[in-house]
Design a protein around this ligand. Sequence first.
Ligand code: ADP
Ligand code: MG
Length: 337
Amino acid sequence: KLFNEVQELKGNIRVYCRVRPFLPGQDGKTTIIDYIGENGEILITNPFKQGKDVCRMFKFNKVFNTHASQAEVFSDIQPLIRSVLDGFNVCIFAYGQTGSGKTYTMSGPGTSKEDWGVNYRALNDLFDISLSRRNAFSYEVGVQMVEIYNEQVRDLLSNDIAQKRLGIWSTSQPNGLVVPDASLHPVKSTLDVLQLMEIGQTNRAVGSTALNERSSRSHSILTVHVRGVDLKNGSTSRGCLHLIDLAGSERVERSEAIGDRLKEAQYINKSLSALGDVIFSLAQKNAHVPYRNSKLTQVLQSSLGGQAKTLMFVQINPDTGSYSETISTLKFAERVS
Ligand code: ADP
Ligand code: MG
């Protein structure tokens, strides 16, 4: 049944838009979100224009309004997550400018159960399902966590975090470890995962002044490997789930950024457009998919395309000040959907 649900999804690439609510202290009177439809339509108003052409319509697989809860968002993607137990590879991305809710969606604002974002809920669900199937299947779950910063891949769960830079050249074992050197940690419960993620977050801050700044300028990838054994006939399946909190997509003015900041911005720009190009050519069913243009797409290569499923959360802000970033985010998403 799960298999069918997944097969029924139109194509292998889906795009969901999620609108962040106004934050406390923000003036919520003027918004650029004009209308959100039932079928994935979203209408954006240009606050700087009047008359004709002030509105622009975009259409995605789904749009979550500001009041959508973490549980609601998760229940929509649950079949996708569960397909990992049946041997599918799945990538879930959060794309958007800094402050648009990427981390809120992927990890959540806190570690209480209600706050949980996609990653904890996904792991929790995988454990629940594997428990309920324990008479027929035995599952092993392991996680990896890496960060890509300035086109360098770091293992966030390794002990020698400071030195550890990973090569990703010996990739292509089918469904295998895409980052061969990154440590793989067996997990048996959601608590194990919460503890590992805490270590990963701490390691992420190494060498950077503020975690928030660093996290908005690097991609973080949590990979969940699942190996299932059918207890009746001994056959095995392997599936893998990548949960990716991307670097902020905001454009940086050339004149404003200098030195390290400019370098960071250029790396981010390059890798996000490489990701866009890969998903675009997959959607177009092009023969050539340009995986090689960034570390991000190289790391994810075996889980992008083929039978693999991709879901992109496009995160946007509701305020007028974010108008031009919002439009450029939505254009990016429109191209890949
Ligand atoms: P990003 O990771 O894209 O930089 P964050 O996830 O850190 O953005 O979100 C920025 C702020 O907005 C945080 O304070 C977060 O708690 C809040 N926020 C984001 N999305 C939501 C939401 N759907 N509901 C309530 N608050 C949200
Ligand atoms: Mg973030």
